[in-house]
Design a protein around this ligand. Structure first.
Ligand SMILES: C[S@@+](CC[C@H](N)C(=O)[O-])C[C@H]1O[C@@H](n2cnc3c(N)ncnc32)[C@H](O)[C@@H]1O
Length: 456
């Protein structure tokens, strides 16, 4: 079909940036036709070159910035922005916090759900916070290279400073990269589906400083594995676990399902709220331990837990929410889909001497229905789903059990507002303000806590 777009590829023009999308792209208009531009922020005037035209919108690039916004942060490496490591880093931090609050408010408005959104709780030092890195390994100019993809592409940009990761993790990535180079391990080629090493994953406990290195390989065979392991442990004394994860599939999914412990333990430990957690290679663990403590504390406070409460923790991961609230309530029932995470959760309960939690392996949407059919009567339900949010079946089953409160921890406001509409329709209202907590500074990801209370 012929495009009705009023712009063509390579066209150049000057315009003011009028908005910022949920992906952190600046919006300029040409005769009301929206053009999305990397690294352009509202209030700026830019000379734009059109790079791609679609039916209802186009993409462009900044040829020249003619006027800066006062909110522009000049103090950031451009690689972080062009690769999408830190797509919001061109905005000063206060403006990022405001942007996140506004994004949630706009989405609630579009959904016609009334909600007050509190100012985003931010970090004092919003860089170097990530406790986990998953770094693609590719061959660039004939050399094994670690870095990040240029946005919307699979072209690897070599990077050594990832800006938002724990700097000790950045150092470890360089060490591992150099060892892999030394032993001539072939980097994965995703087009030919050849080569060996696909990804290096590193996780580091914020309090424990225990480090796990995961080498994700296409093949079972990893040449000179003993030498590689010895060199990693010699160079990185914090490493407590080295794992080979095998992912033979032609896929964008980073990790496979098979893990071989090459050296050390199969998990690392970290602490949250003074409790110990063991974390396996495939388990979800919040990437920002500093704000996670704030987030869960807030969620628990807002839940107004009582000593006799029965609580459900849906999407319980390795048990972080369950175990941090267990002492305040009678019993917690968790459900989680990843087997390794459920095993971690059970071990973590033992490790902390907590006896009033029960973790079930399964789909939250099915388990919630099973609990409802078994006439379980929870006082509070916590839900902390992945980005796709809840299912209608889960919401119906959860609200049918009539908990006094449903505490929704969301990492995607678009699915939060969709689910909020159904929860409200089922006889609940939002209690107080929706509280954004900046779990992911410098990125467009938005975390928040909302409490739904049963109507009187
Ligand atoms: C955002 S994480 C929250 C984990 C945990 N509450 C925490 O903070 O550590 C979402 C969790 O949901 C799990 N998950 C994804 N889909 C699921 C499903 N359909 N049923 C149960 N768990 C699921 C993931 O494996 C992950 O552990």
């Amino acid at each position: 079909m012929k495009s009705k777009a009023p712009v063509i590829k390579n066209q150049e023009f000057e315009a003011e940036v009028v908005d910022l999308t949920y992906q952190g792209l600046g919006v300029v208009k040409f005769e009301d036709f929206p053009i999305f531009v990397v690294n352009a922020i509202p209030g700026e005037v830019v000379k734009v070159g059109i790079t791609k035209v679609q039916k209802n919108f186009a993409f462009g690039r900044v040829i020249k910035r003619l006027k800066d916004s006062p909110n522009r942060n000049h103090d950031v490496d451009q690689d972080a922005i062009i690769t999408g490591i830190a797509p919001l880093a061109n905005l000063k931090y206060d403006a990022q916090l405001e942007y996140k609050q506004n994004q949630i408010a706009e989405l609630f408005k579009k959904q016609h759900v009334e909600a007050e959104i509190a100012p985003t709780i931010g970090m004092d030092n919003p860089v170097g916070y990530r406790n986990k890195a998953q770094i693609p390994v590719r061959e660039v100019k004939g050399e094994l290279t670690t870095g990040f993809y240029r946005r919307n592409s699979h072209n690897l940009v070599p990077i050594e400073d990832y800006y938002i990761q724990d700097p000790e993790i950045d150092k470890a990535i360089i060490v591992v990269r150099d060892i892999l180079r030394k032993y001539h391990v072939p980097a994965y080629d995703e087009f030919k589906h050849q080569g060996v090493i696909r990804t290096v994953m590193v996780r580091r406990g914020y309090y424990s400083h225990e480090m796990m290195v995961v080498l994700v390989t296409r093949t079972k065979k990893l040449q000179l594995v003993d030498e590689i392991v010895r060199e990693i442990t010699d160079a990185l004394p914090e490493v407590k676990s080295i794992i080979q994860n095998i992912n033979p599939a032609k896929t964008n999914v980073i990790m496979g399902t098979e893990n071989n412990v090459l050296w050390g333990n199969k998990t690392i430990k970290d602490t949250l709220f003074g409790k110990q957690f063991e974390i396996g290679p495939l388990s979800f663990y919040q990437v920002n331990p500093q704000t996670t403590e704030q987030l869960y504390k807030l969620a628990a406070q807002k839940a107004e837990l009582k000593a006799d409460d029965l609580v459900i923790d849906a999407y319980s991961g390795i048990g972080t929410i369950s175990l941090t609230i267990a002492e305040q309530v009678r019993e917690v029932l968790g459900v989680e889909i990843i087997e390794g995470a459920v095993e971690d959760a059970k071990r973590n309960a033992k490790l902390n001497g907590i006896k009033n939690v029960r973790f079930t392996l399964g789909k939250a949407e099915e388990q919630m229905v099973a609990w409802q059919e078994a006439e379980v009567q929870p006082d509070v339900i916590f839900v902390d789903p992945p980005r796709k949010g809840l299912t209608p079946e889960l919401i119906d089953a959860a609200t049918a059990m009539a908990p006094a409160k449903l505490v929704y921890i969301s990492c995607n406001p678009a699915t939060l507002v969709r689910d909020a509409a159904q929860i409200i329709e089922n006889g609940y209202h939002i209690k107080g303000e929706v509280q954004p907590v900046d779990q992911f500074p410098q990125t467009t990801h938005i975390e928040s806590v909302t409490v739904f209370e049963k109507n009187a």
